[in-house]
Design a protein around this ligand. Sequence first.
Ligand SMILES: *[C@@H]1O[C@H](CO)[C@@H](O)[C@H](O)[C@H]1NC(C)=O
Ligand SMILES: *[C@@H]1O[C@H](CO)[C@@H](O)[C@H](O)[C@H]1NC(C)=O
Ligand SMILES: *[C@@H]1O[C@H](CO)[C@@H](O)[C@H](O)[C@H]1NC(C)=O
Ligand SMILES: *[C@@H]1O[C@H](CO)[C@@H](O)[C@H](O)[C@H]1NC(C)=O
Ligand SMILES: *[C@@H]1O[C@H](CO)[C@@H](O)[C@H](O)[C@H]1NC(C)=O
Length: 377
Amino acid sequence: MRGRGHALPLVVSLVALFASASRVKLVVDTDIGQNCDDAWALSYVMSRGDVFDLRLVLSSSRNTTGRALLAAKLLALGGRPDVPVGIGTPTPLGEQMQGVGPEWPWIGSFTLKDYPGKVASDGLAALEAELAAASPSNPVWVLGLAPMGNLAAVLGSRPELALNARLVAMSGSISAGYDLRPPAVPEYNVAENVTAAQTVYGMTWGTPAVTAPIDTSAFFQVTGDAYRRFLEAAGGGGGRQEEPPLARVLLENYRVWFEHGGSSHGAMRPFSPANASSAMFDLQTAYMAACAAEGALFGWTNCTQHRYPALDSLPLRLVVDASGYTRVQPSAGAQAGEAQLFFAATNFSMPREAASDAMGAHVVDWIARGAWSLPAP
Ligand SMILES: *[C@@H]1O[C@H](CO)[C@@H](O)[C@H](O)[C@H]1NC(C)=O
Ligand SMILES: *[C@@H]1O[C@H](CO)[C@@H](O)[C@H](O)[C@H]1NC(C)=O
Ligand SMILES: *[C@@H]1O[C@H](CO)[C@@H](O)[C@H](O)[C@H]1NC(C)=O
Ligand SMILES: *[C@@H]1O[C@H](CO)[C@@H](O)[C@H](O)[C@H]1NC(C)=O
Ligand SMILES: *[C@@H]1O[C@H](CO)[C@@H](O)[C@H](O)[C@H]1NC(C)=O
């Protein structure tokens, strides 16, 4: 009896040690529903429980209740019903489908009461609590896939919390626009809420932020062999019962998005759910976050804050101007501290088709394995 009494706390503390040493805490800020790359990014993150301790999925921008429903449904059906969901600050709805976008019909009859995990109706308080509980030596990684209203609201009022955070964002345009040609343009996540982006870009982070600007992320699509493998994992080959549900659920979500307006979204290569994904801005961002986490956790030189296989990144001092452009400040490296640099993936390190294929193969390999769950103790 005495032995067991001592063993349990030991096991618990060993598990806690294992969890904190081998994974980074992650919050995802997402406008899921608008474009379908958020759902792909979230699915990939769900599969990367080897590096991410997923603490919170926070909905951002326009109809944040509708977006929280989409995130909760993907988490519940895809295999991570334990992850807390937070409802972020709503903003004016815009014109598309209830302020949610083409994925809106996928909500169907799902309600937040159907979600087994926690739902924080005040998502900003949940974000603030995560940041406050973190520290510069054990920061929360923030995967920013949306306009930055939530992040600006919390960090604007408590700027010291940025020292406990590590931002990896889909954000900005450095020298190319959505057609991958110069000039730079106001990128959606910045232009949708310029003052919020100005606040977030102006923070002093504990570690330089990372961004996947449209310069590279607009080119990334899951196509060819990788997409065929995704279809197989989704049950295209006859739908074996024992397959993990994640790929099937993601494909269903993608089809709904495509059929309700997504098909008109631009991409470098034509796409349909039969043969390719649309442009995967947010999925590239999630890939970069996982890669940087691998580097931080395991000391791998292939993956660091500024190195991701297939991509080249530059340390830049970026400032958001009043029109929503992300301007590079020349010679600012010297003036600004390290803490205000962004590592921006501005180019590929190989021909771009090969880079897109390599990232596609990597993410599908993970998504096909399904959502990650804690090994039984
Ligand atoms: C947001 O979406 C939800 C889910 O479809 C819907 O019930 C609600 O009416 C929408 N909110 C607004 C303000 O349109
Ligand atoms: C922009 O973000 C701020 C929070 O920083 C929020 O108060 C405001 O409503 C947002 N504006 C729009 C247009 O989304
Ligand atoms: C995918 O299918 C669409 C529609 O059938 C077609 O226009 C497009 O060329 C195909 N794309 C690829 C990458 O094969
Ligand atoms: C980085 O290298 C490690 C160790 O070789 C490997 O397991 C991992 O998959 C690599 N990551 C990427 C994104 O290539
Ligand atoms: C981008 O990378 C390619 C090689 O993949 C290289 O040929 C090209 O010069 C690079 N462009 C810039 C602007 O650095």
